[in-house]
Ligand binder design. Sequence first.
Ligand SMILES: Nc1ncnc2c1ncn2[C@@H]1O[C@H](COP(=O)(O)OP(=O)(O)OP(=O)(O)O)[C@@H](O)[C@H]1O
Length: 560
Amino acid sequence: MGQKKPLCLLVDDQKDILTLFSLSLASIGIESHLAQSLSEAYIFLERNNYDLCISDLSIRMGGEGREGLDLVEYIKKHFPFMPIIVMTAYGEIPTAVRALQLGAYDFVCKEVMPQQLCDLAQSALKRNLNYQKKLTRLIGESPVIEKLRDDIQRVAHTQAAVFISGESGVGKEVVAQLIHSASNRSEAPFVPLNCGAISGELIESELFGHKKGAFTGAYENKKGLFKEADKGTLFLDEIGDLSYSAQIKLLRAIQERAIRPVGSNKEETVDVRILSASHRNLKALIENNSFRKDLFFRINVIEVRVPPLRERIGDVRLLIDHFLKRLRVKNDQPKLDISEAAIKVLEQYDFPGNVRELENLLEAASVLCRDECIRPDDLRLSPPQERPTPAPNPRLEKNPKKIAPQKINITTNKWNNNSFLEQILTVYASSHLTLPDMMESIYCVLIKMAMEYYANGQRKSADFLELTENSLRYRSKACEEKKLLVGNNVTIANQLRVLFGPFFSPETPTIPIDKIVDELEKRMIKSAIRNHKDDLTKISQQLGISVNSLRYRIERKYKL
Ligand SMILES: Nc1ncnc2c1ncn2[C@@H]1O[C@H](COP(=O)(O)OP(=O)(O)OP(=O)(O)O)[C@@H](O)[C@H]1O
């Protein structure tokens, strides 16, 4: 059927209990993620979409003093559709009752037979038919968002193909998920594909699947996204980026309601609803012959427009509230807050990168701010250029000049702007990383940021960082394998995010990552040479590289 298994978050500090229950749940087709502490549970919740949570209540887990009840409260607030079953020890009924009052689905005594727990899990899932809808929320109360909600409801009940238009970062994928969740296909999968992220040769196999041996590297049969989305919804994001030949194949699949996997001579029928989106103007693409008109009419039976954030500035406050809640958990900053003055600055900003930009700005500011309170300075915003700078309100901000610090423009001031590079170097001042690891960490963080910014669009991310797609792929794989810094040294990664964050905006054409890294490496070597007065052995020890490779850098690469 291609339907995804329900996913459960199991939380308990006893490993054997986790293993026992996860095996039992697996036997009835429920997959589990196991968290052995509450802090781990919060991280899992942030990263995955769960259909159910089963958590021990009876202990303080992780030593951070958070009680199991907090988890119940948190889930109910953030994922109101997710049922929670709590486990208690005998004698802890009052706590269990409190959990029910907070919205838990039911409780069981920890000594239950696994079968009882399975029955309960199944009934919780069954009663909660909304389990596909859980995470997707459209925050906002402005008239344009209310209209968007109406549009979503209206189009959800037809089978027509919907094209979701809107600028980058406005929430087009959120809208696509909501259309799916409100439709009669909501119990089948919602399968998103970022068309810009897949190279021309692979797109056919990605969409339609392939047979083993169909081409070099096709070691297994592959199902393809059309089949995975059978009975459900296929969301083709950035459809304007599809190559012309892929457009022809897609058109055929939509018209015939059938696909043919690469290397197969048999057609297979599929029942898929197509939603698509692009921040590009498809009509303009048709004019210059890079998008097919016939495909346009097929995918654009109904158009839903998602308004830019500047048309719903009244919602900025609600969105801030929403993102801060997430950051409190994600960064483990329970008191994280924002000053009224900073909110005002945001309410007067244009947001060329829309909701995603707001989210990124807050994330960067949450790292920079002192005493867990985001102030205007922490936002590092330039004043809007198109309109007059709003008069500072002395009541809100003691030092109005500080409201909008100048950001360093990577293109006009160039990446070799002294103070910008020095700021990066200070990030590493007290780290014990080797030179290659330091440089690698910059690649890891910037590639991650670019992939987030371009919604996993590999080609766009590579272009933005002035890398080839191959090099981007190779480097991201290395980052994943090593879990280098991005995973392990959160502070360094966060500081880099803060420094580079402002450049992830439409104003910056590219970030020449290779050049930046070379310049930084050169400066580090120079400073080590100064420190150790040309003693190559000491310099190589400080930098964590061999004398030979140091020599190569000094004599050949940088000619120092
Ligand atoms: N109204 C909203 N309420 C809550 N979160 C939102 C809203 N709109 C957008 N977001 C969040 O903003 C980010 C960007 O949204 P999304 O990926 O849906 O935008 P998009 O228009 O598809 O972007 P792109 O054009 O780059 O593909 C996501 O993290 C999403 O959860």
